[in-house]
Design a protein around this ligand. Structure first.
Ligand code: CDP
Length: 217
């Protein structure tokens, strides 16, 4: 495996921005794995399917087409909600696993952000971050993001969404959202996004030095 950076964490924790900045800094391709779940949810919804039906959701995930990831409709609040509902089905997670694992196997490495990258998709990744922030701070960031894109939503509704998504992503024994035992925890509650990105960069630099040393053996 090359230099794989796994960036996991709950909704709107800043993991996407951090992942993109790390990818730029190290010249690595970046995958936002949430987009895969968003694509499955949105495709199923457009076809009139039932997001809570495990068989329908799995069939949509098996038909997943990576070419669909550029669609702006995947970035809306409704798409996040649809993603969170299809992501609870184990068959959906299985169907999307290979694509993510192949992405992680690229040379010279990759950056992937999500929920279970450090635990399931790339447990051997030499660098793992688990990015968190309080639900209130995450709701504020998501509100700013959505309003900047022209999507009207109240702060209270977004906070309720975030709490519901946290519960869906971490409520069960097989829930995806869990920090890998060797992940470094980065709590960004009191940080601006640029401070968070700087802190992430320092953590990953340490991991990179350790990884390079291990390669020299
Ligand atoms: O930015 P935000 O966390 O709101 O959205 P996202 O990362 O695009 O994830 C949307 C939903 O997809 C999450 O609430 C999870 O339920 C699901 N997801 C997942 O289960 N596993 C991943 N690796 C990524 C996303």
């Amino acid at each position: 495996m090359g230099f794989v950076i796994a960036v996991d964490g709950p909704a709107a924790s800043g993991k996407g921005t951090i992942a993109q900045q790390l990818a730029r800094a190290y010249g690595l391709p970046c995958l936002d794995s949430g987009l895969l779940y968003r694509a499955v949810g949105v495709t199923l919804q457009r076809a009139g399917g039932d997001l809570d039906d495990a068989a329908q959701a799995e069939a949509a995930a098996r038909a997943f087409d990576a070419g669909a990831l550029d669609d702006d409709a995947l970035r809306t609040r409704a798409a996040g909600e649809a993603a969170s509902r299809v992501a609870v089905h184990p068959g959906v997670r299985r169907a999307l696993r290979d694509f993510q694992m192949r992405f992680a196997e690229q040379e010279p490495g990759a950056v992937i952000d999500g929920r279970d990258i450090g635990t399931v998709i790339a447990p051997g990744a030499p660098a793992k971050l688990f990015v968190t922030a309080s639900p209130e701070v995450r709701a504020e960031r998501r509100w700013l993001q959505l309003t900047a894109k022209g999507e009207a939503a109240s702060y209270d509704d977004i906070l309720a969404d975030i709490r519901l998504r946290d519960a869906r992503d971490s409520g069960r024994a097989d829930s995806p959202l869990a920090a890998a035992i060797d992940a470094v925890l980065l709590d960004t509650t009191e940080m601006s996004i640029s401070q968070a990105a700087d802190a992430a960069r320092r953590i990953i630099e340490t991991a990179r030095a350790r990884w390079e040393k291990s390669l020299k053996g």
